[in-house]
Design a binder for this molecule. Structure first.
Ligand code: PEP
Length: 247
């Protein structure tokens, strides 16, 4: 199974999102075994869900809060995300962790809240350049994956995104991706036994149509989480087709 998700981050206005969806849908044919998703900003969730209805493309939120409702100004709940027509929610993106101080402890609650609302969480993990250069990559990932020990098993997509490769144009080398994906696969087995094998592991970090086919050949890479290249419908279509060809 392959899964490719566009993370639009804080980009696109209503009319631009409509044009994107129209252009993407015109070229896209779903294929069993390959899921495609788009994660627009919160203001566009409902309308992008409507644009994509019946296309087979799923909509994800970029973040969500664990409480169901109440005095949490600026947050949106998993129930509200579901109500806007979403299939899932990205959690623990490195920009949430490093710019907004997202903590692993909150991620445990967010994962459980997503499952309660029948949303598919996409949990992002990854090391910074300082951590990699100091030789701590696998320790950092091990610690980040520990949230899964606390939640127990459930439906999940995991995204390995080395922080130094996100939005930098510097994609991780094949050998680096291979080492980490094999490690994450083993960790998932250790944490969740057989259920761990059901979790697709995406790669994220400067994915483009030029490098994606090679990345998809790496063992245990089950697709991509894509930022910059996902803002252009023609490029995102190529990425979707490459993932379909790799099933
Ligand atoms: C991301 O936003 O998760 C990401 C990987 O961004 P980019 O593809 O631009 O590096």
């Amino acid at each position: 199974m392959k899964i490719v998700i566009a993370n639009w981050k804080m980009n696109l206005l209503s009319a631009e999102a409509a044009n994107f969806c129209q252009a993407f849908k015109a070229g896209y044919s779903p294929k069993p075994g390959c899921e495609i998703g788009i994660a627009p900003p919160a203001t566009l969730l409902r309308e992008v869900s409507a644009h994509l209805a019946g296309s087979g493309v799923q909509v994800y939120a970029q973040n969500g809060y664990f409480e169901q409702k109440g005095a949490f100004t600026g947050e949106i709940s998993m129930g509200q995300i579901k109500d806007a027509g979403c299939h899932g929610v990205i959690l623990g993106h490195s920009e949430r962790r490093h710019i907004f101080g997202e903590m692993d402890e909150n991620l445990v609650k967010k994962l459980k809240a997503a499952w309660e609302c029948e949303l598919m969480p996409v949990l992002c993990i990854g090391e910074t350049l300082t951590q990699r250069d100091a030789g701590f990559t696998l320790d950092v990932l091990h610690a980040q994956l520990d949230v899964l020990k606390l939640t127990g098993p459930g439906p999940l997509v995991l995204a390995y995104e080395p922080v130094w490769a996100i939005g930098t144009g510097r994609v991780a080398e094949t050998a680096q991706i291979e080492e980490v994906h094999a490690f994450i696969h083993d960790e998932l087995l250790r944490l969740w036994s057989g259920r761990g094998m059901e979790v697709p592991i995406q790669y994220g970090g400067s994915v483009t149509p030029e490098n994606f086919a090679g990345i998809l050949k790496v063992p245990f890479v089950a697709g991509g989480l894509v930022g910059g290249a996902s803002l252009d419908p023609a490029k995102f279509l190529k990425l979707a087709e490459q993932a379909q060809a790799a099933i």
